[in-house]
Design a protein around this ligand. Structure first.
Ligand code: GDP
Ligand code: MN
Length: 484
């Protein structure tokens, strides 16, 4: 796409500090975003729209979903369509997966929610059953125990199948063989901001293999053996680890009882065996990824290795930590992308990017009719909550009605410990996961910051950061080293 300047202010998401040499061969994703963000795709010349449609990446939304979740599925779709996919240049396919046949009600409801092609797939038996090497008694005892101590949904047999399928098997489904990229969508989630560029094209043009938008702590009790199993895999497959991989952000010193771990990872002398996994994960119910990566020898071998240990059943290995470890080990960090600009909410966890609508002389041009579709099919109380959130945005935006987002900006790390229940006594890493991932300036604290004072004021003492992620573009600060 060759558009000189973006037609609407572009929010440029923070990029993680990359190691390895800067090469001119490395794509420049921020430049791409500046050049390819277009608020009004449908206003472009017809021919241009058609050529973009024809040159789309082979990509699809994929949703694992039950018939009973049809309303929630439509809820997610209406938003993603209005915020992104109903642009004439996009129209990406929807592929629904289920462990049983989809009902005709389900199929007609989701078809009504999109103009794109829909496909309905039944997961083959071997991808959704307890493998032969699993001792079913041990599985049953284990899940009752995990259920009793409050590990989320661990007592449900189907939840274990779900995690295993999402961790690796999904990419082998026949229907996906034709595609290069997927975007995972769950029922009942929110997409609260317009997405004014083609996310799949972004992935392809910038050679990205994995995109996420929240990095948070997981409940460590769901995967007690995951790290030891992973270390074993690394030891036996050193050649698979990418030379520009960065997995230090996932490591920490063992717990010595003071509540906070301060990693002292020295590259030359590090005693890898001693280090522990800090339980950070990309929250995978939102993810955009390369199917080639999830079908690669590295990911397959790692998945098979974990599967053989029985950890999906004897424990509750989640797909999120596995994807996180896998992409962090087998990919260079430059192929992983933080979609901070995509407003998203799933259950308790939500992320709302800094957003601004540029002042224009003509407020009419800021109205986005497609966004209206988002608000049908909602209960009154939900409408009310949304209205409250939006009215705050309207105030912040000086009363201009064209809302890029129906959410109020959240700090980058405010979800960090939401998945860790009180009962889990796991240590917390020194910094929130997303800050560890981003590195650099995101870890700097104010010189006058006093954790004791913060604790005395009733907070947890983990604040004091120079950047909180509420800035509409932290990298435009005068002291920044923003790329051209
Ligand atoms: P959570 O997000 O970890 O709490 O897990 P969810 O219960 O939301 O499940 C994750 C995804 O898998 C959702 O899209 C569910 O609809 C789907 N899912 C979970 N269990 C099943 C199942 O037994 N059958 C089908 N078809 N989908 C499932
Ligand atoms: Mn969910």
């Amino acid at each position: 796409m060759a558009q000189e300047a973006a037609t609407i202010d572009v929010y440029l998401p923070p990029i993680a500090k990359l190691s390895g040499p800067e090469t001119s061969a490395r794509p420049d994703p921020l430049r791409w975003l500046r050049q390819n963000t277009i608020a009004d795709v449908d206003g472009m010349p017809q021919q241009y729209q058609e050529s973009l449609l024809e040159s789309r990446p082979k990509a699809a939304f994929i949703a694992l979903v039950r018939n009973s979740e049809v309303e929630e599925m439509v809820y997610s779709m209406i938003q993603l369509e209005a915020r992104f996919n109903n642009r004439s240049t996009h129209q990406y396919d929807w592929i629904f997966f289920n462990d049983e046949e989809f009902s005709s009600e389900f199929m007609s409801a989701v078809r009504d929610a999109t103009n794109s092609q829909c496909y309905f797939e039944i997961i083959p038996e071997e991808h959704w059953s307890v493998p032969s090497w699993i001792d079913t008694t041990r599985f049953d005892v284990g899940r009752q125990f995990m259920g009793s101590i409050g590990v989320g949904k661990a007592w449900l047999q189907s939840y274990h199948h779900m995690c295993r399928w999402n961790a690796g098997l999904f990419a082998r489904e026949k229907r996906l063989a034709f595609y290069e990229f997927f975007w995972r969508v769950e029922p009942g989630v929110d997409f609260s901001c317009n997405i004014n560029y083609d996310v799949f094209r972004f992935m392809r043009d910038n050679n990205m293999a994995y995109g996420f938008n929240m990095a948070i702590l997981d409940d460590a009790r769901s995967f007690p053996s995951l790290w030891d199993r992973t270390k074993m895999f690394i030891k036996n497959n050193k050649n698979m680890i990418h030379e520009d991989a960065d997995y230090d952000w996932l490591l920490q010193e063992p717990f010595h009882g003071n509540g906070i771990s301060r990693p002292t990872i020295d590259d030359d002398t590090r005693d890898f065996d001693r280090l522990e996994y800090n339980n950070c994960q990309f929250y995978s119910n939102f993810e955009v990824g390369s199917l080639a990566f999830f079908r690669s020898e590295e990911h397959r071998a790692y998945f098979e290795h974990l599967d053989r240990t029985g950890g999906f059943y004897y424990e509750r290995f989640g797909d999120a930590p596995i994807h996180t470890l896998s992409v962090s080990l087998f990919l260079p960090k430059s192929r992983i992308w933080y979609f901070r600009d995509i407003g998203y909410a799933h259950g308790l966890c939500e992320q709302c990017p800094p957003h601004q609508v540029r002042l224009t002389a003509d407020p009419e041009s800021q109205q986005q009719p497609q966004a209206r579709a988002v608000f049908i099919n909602e209960s009154l109380s939900k409408k009310h909550r949304r209205w409250e959130a939006m009215s705050q945005d309207v105030i912040r935006q000086g009363g201009i009605p064209g809302l890029a987002c129906g959410c109020t900006v959240s700090a980058i790390d405010h979800n960090n410990a939401k998945l860790v229940p009180f009962e889990s006594k796991q240590q917390k890493p020194e910094h929130p996961c997303i800050r560890l991932y981003l590195g650099g300036k995101w870890l700097e604290k104010r010189a006058d910051w006093d954790p004791e004072a913060e604790i005395a004021a009733g907070r947890d003492g983990s604040g004091g950061y120079l950047l909180d992620g509420l800035e509409s573009n932290p990298f435009l600060r005068s002291d920044s080293n923003e790329p051209k």
